[in-house]
Design a protein around this ligand. Sequence first.
Ligand code: GAR
Length: 214
Amino acid sequence: MTRLAVFISGRGSNLQALIDARARGELAGEIGVVVSSRTGAPGLERAQEAGLRHRVVDAADYASREDFDAELDNVANQAGCGLICLAGFMRILTPGFADAWRNRLVNIHPALLPAFPGTACHRRVLESGVMITGCTVHFVRPALDAGPIIAQAAVPVLPGDDERSLADRVLVAEHRLYPMALNLVLQGRVRVIGERVVVDAPVRPGDMLVNPAP
Ligand code: GAR
């Protein structure tokens, strides 16, 4: 069974969604290690409570981004992980790391990529006036929030939303989407062809979509 390394920097609610999916028997892989880029990240307590191996790898302790990424690579390899899942990991990885883990490194972003990459995306969504936003699970490429899209969820922007209410609504969709998208990868049903994802044998046409599944 494939082992996952889950990289976090903060609250870890997406990590929790993966832990819960696993506990329900709904994740086709096991979490081999949780890595936090920050000491004291609340997500580390979630890992501890779930009895998962966990480590802090703080960029401040390394002379260069390459050294930091080399340690991340070590930790994932030593734990026997075949897939890295970024779950609110707020460090930009080097191109070398993204290349080494090509198509084995997955991220969740709280917007409908390629729209609204980067930080503070909910504020920019509200400023733009779009009426539908969402979240995206994608393979990581060296450019920021770029890479083949595995699955997306659409979430409405409602009148009166502020950044907080919108982020909360998108987060509910993230917690459904991430385990679902990872399962497609873990089950070997995802192929990357010309930087687009093709999902083999979708059970339903809407397998890669949430909110609504058509
Ligand atoms: C999530 O909304 C995730 O999509 C976002 O950070 C939050 C982490 O929450 N990630 C990014 O913005 C990455 N560019 P969590 O720690 O509770 O999972």
